[in-house]
Design a protein around this ligand. Structure first.
Ligand code: KIV
Length: 286
Protein backbone atom coordinates (compact mmCIF):
# COMPACT_ATOMS: atom_id res chain seq x y z
CA UNK A 1 0.00 0.00 0.00
CA UNK A 2 1.20 3.51 -0.90
CA UNK A 3 2.13 5.32 2.34
CA UNK A 4 1.43 8.94 3.00
CA UNK A 5 3.52 11.21 5.20
CA UNK A 6 4.73 9.83 8.55
CA UNK A 7 2.12 9.90 11.29
CA UNK A 8 2.91 12.38 14.07
CA UNK A 9 1.23 13.43 17.30
CA UNK A 10 -0.03 16.66 15.72
CA UNK A 11 -1.38 14.74 12.75
CA UNK A 12 -3.31 12.47 15.12
CA UNK A 13 -4.81 15.51 16.80
CA UNK A 14 -5.85 16.83 13.39
CA UNK A 15 -7.33 13.44 12.53
CA UNK A 16 -9.52 13.75 15.61
CA UNK A 17 -10.57 17.26 14.61
CA UNK A 18 -11.36 16.12 11.07
CA UNK A 19 -13.21 13.03 12.25
CA UNK A 20 -10.72 10.61 10.67
CA UNK A 21 -10.42 7.41 12.78
CA UNK A 22 -6.95 6.38 13.97
CA UNK A 23 -5.96 2.73 13.44
CA UNK A 24 -3.55 1.15 15.92
CA UNK A 25 -2.25 -2.38 16.36
CA UNK A 26 0.39 -3.95 18.56
CA UNK A 27 3.56 -5.46 17.06
CA UNK A 28 6.63 -6.83 18.75
CA UNK A 29 9.10 -7.76 16.01
CA UNK A 30 10.37 -6.83 12.56
CA UNK A 31 8.06 -8.94 10.35
CA UNK A 32 4.84 -8.12 12.19
CA UNK A 33 5.67 -4.39 12.26
CA UNK A 34 6.58 -4.47 8.59
CA UNK A 35 3.30 -6.15 7.66
CA UNK A 36 1.32 -3.64 9.73
CA UNK A 37 3.20 -0.76 8.14
CA UNK A 38 2.60 -2.15 4.65
CA UNK A 39 -1.11 -2.54 5.47
CA UNK A 40 -1.29 1.19 6.20
CA UNK A 41 -1.64 1.23 10.00
CA UNK A 42 -1.37 4.66 11.67
CA UNK A 43 0.13 3.66 15.02
CA UNK A 44 2.09 0.61 16.17
CA UNK A 45 2.13 -0.12 19.87
CA UNK A 46 4.99 -2.18 21.22
CA UNK A 47 2.71 -3.20 24.04
CA UNK A 48 3.73 -4.98 27.20
CA UNK A 49 1.05 -7.47 26.12
CA UNK A 50 4.31 -8.86 24.71
CA UNK A 51 4.42 -10.70 28.04
CA UNK A 52 1.20 -12.59 27.32
CA UNK A 53 1.28 -13.16 23.56
CA UNK A 54 5.00 -13.52 22.79
CA UNK A 55 6.81 -14.47 25.99
CA UNK A 56 4.14 -16.81 27.39
CA UNK A 57 3.63 -15.11 30.77
CA UNK A 58 0.21 -14.97 32.40
CA UNK A 59 0.27 -11.20 32.73
CA UNK A 60 2.26 -8.15 31.65
CA UNK A 61 3.93 -7.84 35.06
CA UNK A 62 7.15 -9.81 34.41
CA UNK A 63 8.02 -7.77 31.28
CA UNK A 64 11.20 -5.76 31.78
CA UNK A 65 12.47 -2.48 30.40
CA UNK A 66 15.18 -4.41 28.54
CA UNK A 67 12.48 -6.59 26.92
CA UNK A 68 10.63 -3.49 25.74
CA UNK A 69 13.79 -1.86 24.39
CA UNK A 70 14.84 -5.02 22.53
CA UNK A 71 11.43 -5.40 20.87
CA UNK A 72 11.07 -1.68 20.14
CA UNK A 73 14.36 -1.73 18.22
CA UNK A 74 13.10 -4.58 16.05
CA UNK A 75 9.82 -2.76 15.37
CA UNK A 76 11.34 0.64 14.60
CA UNK A 77 13.72 -0.94 12.06
CA UNK A 78 10.67 -2.04 10.06
CA UNK A 79 8.68 1.16 10.16
CA UNK A 80 8.90 4.42 8.25
CA UNK A 81 5.43 6.00 8.32
CA UNK A 82 3.56 4.54 11.28
CA UNK A 83 4.02 6.19 14.68
CA UNK A 84 5.64 3.81 17.18
CA UNK A 85 4.60 3.91 20.84
CA UNK A 86 6.24 1.73 23.50
CA UNK A 87 4.74 0.69 26.81
CA UNK A 88 6.70 1.60 29.91
CA UNK A 89 6.52 -1.70 31.81
CA UNK A 90 5.29 -2.36 35.32
CA UNK A 91 6.99 -0.27 38.02
CA UNK A 92 9.33 1.60 35.70
CA UNK A 93 7.62 4.97 36.31
CA UNK A 94 6.58 4.78 39.94
CA UNK A 95 9.93 5.14 41.68
CA UNK A 96 10.17 8.92 41.37
CA UNK A 97 10.40 11.30 38.43
CA UNK A 98 14.15 10.84 37.92
CA UNK A 99 13.80 7.08 37.52
CA UNK A 100 10.82 7.50 35.19
CA UNK A 101 12.74 10.03 33.08
CA UNK A 102 15.77 7.76 32.88
CA UNK A 103 13.61 4.80 31.85
CA UNK A 104 11.67 6.77 29.23
CA UNK A 105 15.02 8.05 27.96
CA UNK A 106 16.30 4.49 27.51
CA UNK A 107 13.24 3.56 25.44
CA UNK A 108 13.79 6.56 23.18
CA UNK A 109 17.60 6.31 22.91
CA UNK A 110 18.24 2.57 22.95
CA UNK A 111 14.89 1.43 21.53
CA UNK A 112 14.74 4.28 19.03
CA UNK A 113 11.07 4.71 20.01
CA UNK A 114 8.97 7.77 19.27
CA UNK A 115 6.72 7.85 22.33
CA UNK A 116 5.90 5.98 25.52
CA UNK A 117 2.61 4.77 26.97
CA UNK A 118 1.88 4.82 30.70
CA UNK A 119 -1.01 3.31 32.64
CA UNK A 120 -2.78 5.44 35.24
CA UNK A 121 -4.66 8.69 35.77
CA UNK A 122 -4.27 11.68 38.09
CA UNK A 123 -1.77 9.84 40.28
CA UNK A 124 0.83 9.73 37.47
CA UNK A 125 0.01 13.15 35.95
CA UNK A 126 3.11 14.86 37.43
CA UNK A 127 5.35 12.13 36.06
CA UNK A 128 3.66 12.37 32.66
CA UNK A 129 4.21 16.14 32.68
CA UNK A 130 7.92 15.73 33.50
CA UNK A 131 8.43 13.21 30.69
CA UNK A 132 6.56 15.42 28.21
CA UNK A 133 8.66 18.41 29.32
CA UNK A 134 11.76 16.33 28.55
CA UNK A 135 10.55 16.03 24.96
CA UNK A 136 9.07 12.53 25.05
CA UNK A 137 5.48 12.20 23.78
CA UNK A 138 3.28 10.29 26.22
CA UNK A 139 0.16 8.26 25.49
CA UNK A 140 -2.03 7.70 28.56
CA UNK A 141 -3.93 4.50 29.34
CA UNK A 142 -6.94 4.36 31.66
CA UNK A 143 -9.96 2.13 32.25
CA UNK A 144 -8.78 -1.43 32.72
CA UNK A 145 -5.03 -1.14 33.21
CA UNK A 146 -3.40 -4.59 32.90
CA UNK A 147 -0.43 -3.67 35.13
CA UNK A 148 -2.94 -3.29 38.01
CA UNK A 149 -4.62 -6.62 37.23
CA UNK A 150 -4.25 -7.94 40.77
CA UNK A 151 -5.47 -4.73 42.35
CA UNK A 152 -8.50 -4.58 40.04
CA UNK A 153 -9.13 -8.27 40.65
CA UNK A 154 -9.49 -9.51 37.06
CA UNK A 155 -10.32 -8.41 33.54
CA UNK A 156 -13.30 -6.21 34.46
CA UNK A 157 -15.13 -3.59 32.43
CA UNK A 158 -14.58 -0.17 33.99
CA UNK A 159 -16.84 2.87 34.26
CA UNK A 160 -20.09 1.08 34.99
CA UNK A 161 -21.22 3.31 37.84
CA UNK A 162 -21.25 7.07 38.24
CA UNK A 163 -18.39 7.22 40.78
CA UNK A 164 -16.08 5.24 38.47
CA UNK A 165 -17.24 7.34 35.53
CA UNK A 166 -16.53 10.64 37.34
CA UNK A 167 -13.08 9.44 38.34
CA UNK A 168 -12.20 8.27 34.85
CA UNK A 169 -13.28 11.56 33.33
CA UNK A 170 -11.10 13.43 35.84
CA UNK A 171 -8.19 11.09 35.09
CA UNK A 172 -8.55 11.70 31.35
CA UNK A 173 -8.58 15.47 31.85
CA UNK A 174 -5.56 15.31 34.17
CA UNK A 175 -3.60 13.37 31.54
CA UNK A 176 -4.56 15.84 28.82
CA UNK A 177 -3.56 18.69 31.13
CA UNK A 178 -0.23 16.97 31.79
CA UNK A 179 0.49 16.98 28.05
CA UNK A 180 -0.42 13.44 26.94
CA UNK A 181 -1.00 13.40 23.17
CA UNK A 182 -3.62 10.59 23.23
CA UNK A 183 -5.25 8.22 25.70
CA UNK A 184 -6.05 4.51 25.41
CA UNK A 185 -9.40 3.58 26.97
CA UNK A 186 -9.44 -0.14 27.74
CA UNK A 187 -12.59 -2.10 28.68
CA UNK A 188 -14.67 1.00 29.25
CA UNK A 189 -18.42 1.24 28.73
CA UNK A 190 -19.24 2.72 25.35
CA UNK A 191 -21.27 5.54 26.88
CA UNK A 192 -18.45 6.73 29.13
CA UNK A 193 -15.77 6.33 26.42
CA UNK A 194 -17.85 8.49 24.07
CA UNK A 195 -18.32 11.12 26.80
CA UNK A 196 -14.56 11.22 27.57
CA UNK A 197 -13.82 11.44 23.84
CA UNK A 198 -16.18 14.39 23.52
CA UNK A 199 -14.59 16.23 26.46
CA UNK A 200 -10.98 15.99 25.23
CA UNK A 201 -9.07 17.74 22.46
CA UNK A 202 -6.60 14.85 22.27
CA UNK A 203 -7.64 11.58 20.62
CA UNK A 204 -8.89 8.56 22.51
CA UNK A 205 -8.01 5.08 21.26
CA UNK A 206 -10.38 2.38 22.39
CA UNK A 207 -9.97 -1.33 23.04
CA UNK A 208 -13.23 -2.80 24.25
CA UNK A 209 -14.52 0.76 24.60
CA UNK A 210 -17.09 0.91 21.82
CA UNK A 211 -17.40 2.87 18.60
CA UNK A 212 -17.33 6.39 20.04
CA UNK A 213 -13.54 6.66 20.42
CA UNK A 214 -11.30 8.54 17.97
CA UNK A 215 -9.41 5.36 17.11
CA UNK A 216 -9.22 1.66 17.82
CA UNK A 217 -6.43 -0.65 18.93
CA UNK A 218 -6.25 -4.44 18.97
CA UNK A 219 -3.52 -6.91 19.86
CA UNK A 220 -1.90 -8.38 16.71
CA UNK A 221 -2.18 -11.95 17.94
CA UNK A 222 -5.87 -11.54 18.85
CA UNK A 223 -7.12 -10.07 15.60
CA UNK A 224 -5.15 -12.57 13.51
CA UNK A 225 -5.64 -15.55 15.86
CA UNK A 226 -1.92 -16.14 15.92
CA UNK A 227 -1.14 -18.31 18.93
CA UNK A 228 -3.93 -16.53 20.78
CA UNK A 229 -6.79 -18.88 20.16
CA UNK A 230 -8.29 -19.13 23.63
CA UNK A 231 -11.91 -18.24 24.37
CA UNK A 232 -13.06 -15.38 22.12
CA UNK A 233 -12.88 -11.93 23.70
CA UNK A 234 -16.11 -10.00 23.16
CA UNK A 235 -14.32 -6.86 22.00
CA UNK A 236 -12.08 -8.61 19.44
CA UNK A 237 -13.05 -9.09 15.82
CA UNK A 238 -10.88 -11.71 14.17
CA UNK A 239 -9.74 -10.95 10.65
CA UNK A 240 -7.70 -14.08 9.90
CA UNK A 241 -6.85 -17.41 11.44
CA UNK A 242 -3.08 -17.48 11.14
CA UNK A 243 -2.71 -20.03 13.94
CA UNK A 244 -4.70 -22.58 11.99
CA UNK A 245 -2.80 -21.87 8.76
CA UNK A 246 0.58 -22.08 10.47
CA UNK A 247 -0.31 -25.31 12.27
CA UNK A 248 -1.52 -26.90 9.03
CA UNK A 249 1.58 -25.73 7.17
CA UNK A 250 3.96 -27.12 9.78
CA UNK A 251 2.01 -30.41 10.01
CA UNK A 252 2.34 -30.81 6.23
CA UNK A 253 6.08 -30.10 6.45
CA UNK A 254 6.48 -32.73 9.18
CA UNK A 255 4.60 -35.22 7.00
CA UNK A 256 6.74 -34.42 3.95
CA UNK A 257 9.98 -34.87 5.90
CA UNK A 258 8.82 -38.19 7.39
CA UNK A 259 7.67 -39.44 3.97
CA UNK A 260 10.83 -38.15 2.25
CA UNK A 261 8.71 -35.91 0.01
CA UNK A 262 10.80 -32.91 0.98
CA UNK A 263 13.22 -31.74 -0.27
CA UNK A 264 12.40 -32.37 -3.91
CA UNK A 265 14.85 -31.98 -6.74
CA UNK A 266 13.65 -28.39 -7.19
CA UNK A 267 14.88 -27.57 -3.66
CA UNK A 268 18.32 -29.19 -4.13
CA UNK A 269 21.62 -27.89 -5.46
CA UNK A 270 23.70 -29.79 -8.02
CA UNK A 271 27.33 -29.74 -9.05
CA UNK A 272 28.50 -29.84 -12.66
CA UNK A 273 28.52 -33.29 -14.17
CA UNK A 274 32.33 -33.32 -14.72
CA UNK A 275 32.89 -32.63 -11.02
CA UNK A 276 30.56 -35.52 -10.16
CA UNK A 277 32.62 -37.70 -12.53
CA UNK A 278 35.84 -36.57 -10.88
CA UNK A 279 34.58 -37.15 -7.36
CA UNK A 280 32.66 -40.34 -7.80
CA UNK A 281 34.11 -41.80 -10.97
CA UNK A 282 30.79 -41.45 -12.69
CA UNK A 283 28.77 -43.24 -10.02
CA UNK A 284 27.08 -40.78 -7.81
CA UNK A 285 26.53 -42.13 -4.31
CA UNK A 286 22.93 -42.26 -3.35
O1 KIV B 1 0.03 -3.81 25.92
C1 KIV B 1 -0.91 -3.65 25.13
O2 KIV B 1 -1.08 -4.37 24.13
C2 KIV B 1 -1.85 -2.57 25.41
C3 KIV B 1 -3.10 -2.54 24.57
C4 KIV B 1 -4.06 -3.51 25.14
C5 KIV B 1 -3.66 -1.19 24.47
O3 KIV B 1 -1.64 -1.80 26.28
Amino acid sequence: MERQKPVTTSRMRKMKKDGIPISMITAYDYPSARLAEEAGIDVILVGDSLGNVVLGYESTLPVTLDDMIYHTRAVTRAVSAAFVVTDMPFMTYHGGTDTALANAGRIMREGMGKAVKMEGGKEIADTVAAIVRAGVPVMGHIGFTPQSLHQIGGYKVQGKNSAQAEKMLEDAKALEQAGAFAIVLELVTEELAARITGELDIPTIGIGAGAGCDGQVLVFHDLLQYGSEGPAKKFVKTYANLGQQIREGIAQYVKDVKNRCFPGDEHSFHMDHDVVEYLYGGTKRS
